[in-house]
Design a protein around this ligand. Structure first.
Ligand SMILES: *[C@@H]1O[C@H](CO)[C@@H](O)[C@H](O)[C@H]1NC(C)=O
Length: 363
């Protein structure tokens, strides 16, 4: 009786480990064949000693560099809790094609009654006054920041991450009177209030990353840099800037890989509901269902309801184009994320009902 509620949710083994589901007994012949296959694989493995076969994916904890002296917890001298004008939700705007997404992040943050200022660092030579107007119409206070170029002149970085180190500017928010901040990527959506993050006793907190089907990293020990709860500190910013050039880490993943090296051993790991990465749904539908009602921030990593497939220009999408983008996203992956795209659509529709008048004036 007591456990009847639990019986409804059955355990679903990961599809990527079919061996666990196999109940069949092995015949002697197939055992021999398997033994031979294993032996030859091992031999081949030694032969290609350095080949990827036995090499684990990079993990900054395996290769830890002691480059961060920041205490794990907030200093006793600092206030444990700050008034809302000293807290900030911060995102970033580096091109016009993310203007509407950023607007939805801002609007959904306000709709959840998050009590903090909404600060939006932007690159002044990339972002139009129209895009800034849309951001302001949804509560953001934009402020220009300098571009932080990638280390080693951008060697080895994914082209689409070239601007991403600019994110590090958020550590300088102490100079704007901010004690405590939560960073949100533009491809996130706020579903519930997360005020508790501002009172976190930890200097840095983030959510472990999750990789989709077929990626052996699965539920990872490294964190995703799309949602960060942190105490701004210009001293930490200067320290990062200095170490970015000399630190050894996989350059491809840009600032996320650097932050994982910098904070890997000292970050507070937050529950998935603070960065509900769509990849969780791919990996474990049953975990996703478990989390849905408590999700604070959804992260549209695998499908983006605000980007049109065929369009690569960095212009602000109009209302018709946003509808097309949402329809495309709902159909992707055989419609797996229809419901989650629906959440984004609801937020967008509410935003247009409430602020559409001001937003339309910006175009
Ligand atoms: C936010 O606050 C308003 C006004 O107090 C209230 O009507 C609304 O229900 C609150 N929304 C949430 C999501 O708590």
């Amino acid at each position: 009786m007591l456990f009847s509620a639990f019986r409804q949710s059955t355990y679903e083994p990961l599809s990527t480990y079919p061996g666990q589901q196999q109940q069949k007994r092995w015949s002697t012949r197939s055992k021999l064949a398997l033994g031979f296959a294993v032996a030859s694989t091992v031999l081949l493995g030694f032969w290609f000693g350095k080949a990827a076969l036995f090499r684990r994916a990079y993990n900054p904890l395996d290769d830890y560099r002691n480059i961060n002296q920041l205490p794990v917890t907030v200093a006793d001298s600092l206030p444990k809790t700050s008034p809302s004008n000293r807290r900030a939700v911060v995102s970033s705007l580096y091109s016009d094609d993310f203007a509407i997404a950023t607007a939805v992040v801002g609007y959904s943050t306000q709709a959840a009654n998050v009590s903090a200022r909404l600060l939006l660092p932007y690159l002044s030579d990339r972002v139009s006054s129209k895009a800034l107007c849309i951001a302001q119409a949804t509560g953001w206070e934009p402020y220009p920041v300098p571009l932080i170029p990638p280390p080693h002149d951008g060697r080895g970085i994914y082209a689409r991450f070239m601007d991403q180190y600019t994110k590090l500017n958020i550590w300088k928010l102490d100079s704007r009177g901010i004690d405590s901040a939560v960073y949100l990527d533009a491809d996130t959506l706020v579903r519930r209030n997360f005020d508790e993050l501002f009172d976190s006793p930890f200097n840095f907190a983030a959510v472990p990353d999750v990789y989709g089907a077929g990626d052996p990293r699965g539920f990872s020990l490294t964190f995703n840099a799309g949602v960060l709860a942190f105490r701004p500190s210009s001293a930490v910013f200067d320290d990062m800037r200095e170490k970015m050039e000399t630190a050894e880490f996989p350059l491809k993943q840009a600032e996320q890989a650097f932050l994982n090296l910098y904070f890997g051993g000292t970050a507070m790991r937050l529950p998935y509901v603070y960065n509900a990465n769509l990849a969780i749904k791919v990996r474990s539908p049953v975990l996703w269902r478990r989390l849905v009602d408590e999700m604070r921030v959804v992260h549209y990593t695998t499908v983006k309801p605000f980007i049109i497939d065929s369009k690569s220009s960095s212009t602000i999408l109009d209302e018709k184009e946003i509808r097309v983008a949402m329809e495309q996203a709902a159909k992707r992956e055989s419609g797996l994320f229809r419901e989650e795209v629906g959440w984004w659509r609801e937020a967008y529709d509410r935003m247009m009902l409430d602020r559409g008048h001001e937003i339309r004036k910006c175009y």
